[in-house]
Design a protein around this ligand. Structure first.
Ligand code: SAH
Length: 219
């Protein structure tokens, strides 16, 4: 597939380099994560009408009242997940357009991703198969329940915010596994990194964030 068909302007190296510089300025340090983001064709994950803005460091609408996450947030969550080495098996809750899924698939062994809105999942599936990923499994469902058949996971990334951390996701974390999750009501959310340790869980706050709410059931 020709990824550059919409013109050199928005997919040019300079536009992407500018995004990477911005992410570095905001504190992202992992060269591995930055390189994967630099090379990821974010413009194919948004509507054509918005493609010219795909390499800005902003969230953009993807339909159904949802957004593609801001590149800084994708970088921050991915960097936190990989801090102690690349996890083998990762669960993602909230596939959305599939952008974060594509980033993860290049950095971890296998990605299991759940989305509650079927139409978004279908489009994500098409894009990800066009890009020829072989280590991604997608499922239509409610991520509050995790994916018990494939648990435990070495890492879990949640890209919608519940009001509290779902117990089920904590239970599906492997020993030393990490859960990266935004928690709280709209306007007052914290991005948390929760690590499963011998006798429980260790929690660290990474940032203040603004995510769409994590909902119950399927859309
Ligand atoms: N990483 C995605 C983020 C999309 S926004 C991207 O960059 O495109 C968050 C997504 O979480 C939305 O698509 C929303 O439908 C989904 N979502 C919200 N609650 C959910 C739940 N309980 N289970 C699965 N997906 C959920």
């Amino acid at each position: 597939m020709k990824l550059d068909h919409k013109g050199i302007g928005m997919t040019s190296q300079r536009t992407r380099d500018r995004l990477i510089l911005r992410l570095q300025q905001m504190g992202i340090q992992s060269d591995t994560v930055l390189e994967v983001i630099r090379n990821a064709p974010r413009h194919i994950f948004v509507d054509e009408a918005l493609a010219s803005r795909a390499y800005e460091n902003t969230a953009l609408p993807i339909g159904f009242n949802q957004t593609i996450s801001q590149p800084y947030i994708v970088a921050k969550m991915t960097e936190a997940l990989l801090e102690n080495g690349a996890p083998d098996k990762v669960l993602e809750v909230g596939t959305g357009c599939g952008y974060q899924t594509a980033i993860l698939a290049q950095l971890v062994g296998k990605v299991y991703s759940i989305e509650r809105i079927d139409a978004l999942l279908c489009r994500a599936r098409e894009r990800l198969s066009t890009l020829k990923f072989r280590n991604i499994r997608l499922k239509h469902g409610d991520g509050n329940h995790g994916w018990p058949e494939h648990a435990p996971f070495n890492g879990i990334i949640v890209s919608a915010a519940p009001v509290g951390v779902p117990q089920t996701l904590l239970q599906q974390l492997a020993q030393n596994g990490r859960l990266i999750i935004p928690v709280g009501k709209s306007g007052q959310q914290k991005l948390l990194m929760i690590t499963r340790i011998d006798d429980g869980y260790q929690e660290e706050q990474l940032d203040l964030v603004s995510f769409v709410p994590m909902l119950e059931g399927v859309g």
